[in-house]
Design a protein around this ligand. Structure first.
Ligand code: NAD
Length: 356
C-alpha cells in the first residue's frame, strides 16, 4: 500500500520524537511492503515564528489532503505571551475542527514491566492495565452556548450541554467498533440519574448495543467510574463517554501508568483520516537533550496503522517491538528503574526499529 502522511513535528521535543517514530514506520514499510510518503508541515510555535500564525491555510490543506496526520507536540515558554488568537495550541483546535475529528481514543496501557511506575498498589496493577477511553470531542458543554449576565443584581454564568441523537450515535458506533477490535467489552459512562443529555445518551447506546450482540455492554455513572478506575482498573476494556467526562477521566486514567511519555492517542473523523499524537506536551525542559521518551509517539504510529490504514499485523508488530525493548531492559530516563539500561531518545528508536 501507498500512504501519504502529513507530519506536524511542532515544537520542543516534537521533532526528536517524530524522527524516531518515522524511523520505525519506515522499517514497517520495508518489512511489509508499504510505502509511506511524508509531507512535513510547520505547526505551533515554529509556524508563528515563520508565518505569524500557528498554522497557515496552505498547511491546513495539506492536513486535509493526507491519508493521515502525525503530530509531535506544540507550545513552549517562548510563545506563552502571544495574543490568545495566535497561541500554538490554537492550531490543534483548528486542525481538529477542520478535519472533523469527533472521536478521541486514549488507550491507557500499563506495561507489566513498568508496573512499579504506577501510583497504585502492586496487587491492583501487577498484571498491567489495558483500557481505552473513547471521548466525544466536538460536542457537549465545551461547545454549547455560553453566557454571563447580571440577573437581579447578581452575576450569573451559564454553559449549555447539548447533544443530538446523531452526535451520540456517531461516537457510539466508533466505541462499539473499537470494542469489536479489542476484547468486546464496552462500558458507557454517563450521569443519567441527573442529566437529560445522559438519558438520551443511554437510550442511543442501548439501541446500538442491540446491533452489536457480541459486545458485552454496560452502563456506569461517571462518579462511580472515577472511583473504579482507581479501585479496579483492570475490569475495563473500552469506555465511551461525552466530551467533558472524557477529558477528566482520560487524564485520571493516564496517571495510573505513571509514565506520560508512553501514552499514545488518536483523533478520528467519519472517514479514515485521523490525527495521531502522544498525550504529552512539548516538554521544553528536556528539548534537544536526546532524553525524551519516543515510545508514546511510536505507539501513536501503531494506532495510525490500526485505525486509519487497517494494518493490524503491522500495528501489532510495533506494539510487540516496544514490549520486547522493555523486556530486554531498555529504559529512557523518565521510566528508568534500578538494574535497567538507560538509553536516549535516538537509541530507543533504534532499539524498537531493530525489533520490528
Ligand atoms: P509536558 O507534557 O510537555 O511536560 C510535563 C513533564 O513531563 C515535563 O517534566 C516533561 O519533561 C515530561 N515529559 C513530557 N513528555 C515526555 C517524554 N516524551 N519523555 C520524557 N519526559 C516527558 O507538559 P507541560 O510542561 O505542562 O507543557 C509544555 C508545553 O507543551 C506547554 O507549552 C503546553 O501548552 C504544551 N502542551 C502541548 C500539548 C500538545 O501539543 N498536544 C499537550 C500538552 C501541553
Amino acid at each position: 500500500m501507498n500512504k501519504n502522511i502529513t507530519v506536524l513535528s511542532g515544537d520542543g521535543i516534537g521533532p526528536e520524537i517524530i524522527r524516531e517514530a518515522i524511523k520505525v514506520l519506515d522499517k514497517v514499510g520495508e518489512k511489509f511492503g508499504h510505502t509511506f510518503n511524508y509531507t512535513y508541515v510547520d505547526i505551533g510555535g515554529c509556524s508563528i515564528d515563520k508565518y505569524g500564525v500557528p498554522i497557515t491555510d496552505e498547511n491546513m490543506q495539506k492536513c486535509k489532503d493526507a491519508d493521515s496526520v502525525l503530530l509531535g507536540a506544540v507550545g513552549g515558554p517562548k510563545w506563552d505571551n502571544c495574543p490568545s488568537n495566535i497561541r500554538p495550541e490554537k492550531a490543534l483546535l483548528a486542525v481538529r475542527k477542520e478535519l472533523g475529528l469527533f472521536a478521541n481514543l486514549r488507550p491507557t496501557k500499563l506495561f507489566p514491566q513498568l508496573a512499579n511506575a504506577s501510583p497504585l498498589k502492586q496487587e491492583i496493577v501487577g498484571n498491567g492495565i489495558d483500557l481505552l477511553i473513547v471521548r466525544e470531542l466536538t460536542g457537549g458543554v465545551y461547545f454549547g452556548e455560553k453566557k454571563t449576565e447580571v440577573i437581579n443584581g447578581e452575576v450569573l454564568a451559564t454553559d449549555i450541554m447539548p447533544y443530538s441523537e446523531s452526535e451520540i450515535e456517531r461516537i457510539g458506533r466508533v466505541a462499539f467498533e473499537t470494542a469489536m477490535k479489542r476484547n468486546k467489552k464496552l462500558a458507557s459512562v454517563d450521569k443519567a440519574n441527573v442529566l437529560e443529555t445522559s438519558r438520551l445518551w443511554r437510550k442511543v447506546m442501548h439501541r446500538l448495543a442491540e446491533e452489536y450482540p457480541e459486545v458485552e455492554y454496560s452502563d456506569i455513572l461517571v462518579d462511580n467510574t472515577a472511583m473504579q478506575l482507581i479501585k479496579n482498573p483492570t475490569q475495563f476494556d473500552v469506555l465511551v463517554t461525552e466530551n467533558m467526562f472524557g477529558d477528566i477521566l482520560s487524564d485520571e486514567a493516564s496517571m495510573l501508568t505513571g509514565s506520560i511519555g508512553m501514552m499514545p492517542s488518536a483523533s478520528l473523523s467519519s472517514t479514515t483520516l485521523g490525527m495521531y499524537e502522544p498525550i504529552h506536551g512539548s516538554a521544553p525542559d528536556i528539548a534537544g537533550l536526546d532524553i525524551a521518551n519516543p515510545l508514546g509517539t511510536i505507539l501513536s504510529v501503531a494506532m495510525m496503522l490500526r485505525y486509519s490504514f487497517d494494518m493490524k499485523e503491522e500495528a501489532d508488530a510495533i506494539e510487540f517491538a516496544v514490549n520486547k525493548t522493555l523486556d530486554d531492559g531498555y529504559r529512557t530516563g523518565d521510566i528508568m528503574q534500578e538494574g535497567k539500561i538507560k538509553v536516549g531518545c535516538k537509541k530507543m528508536g533504534d532499539l524498537v526499529r531493530d525489533r520490528i
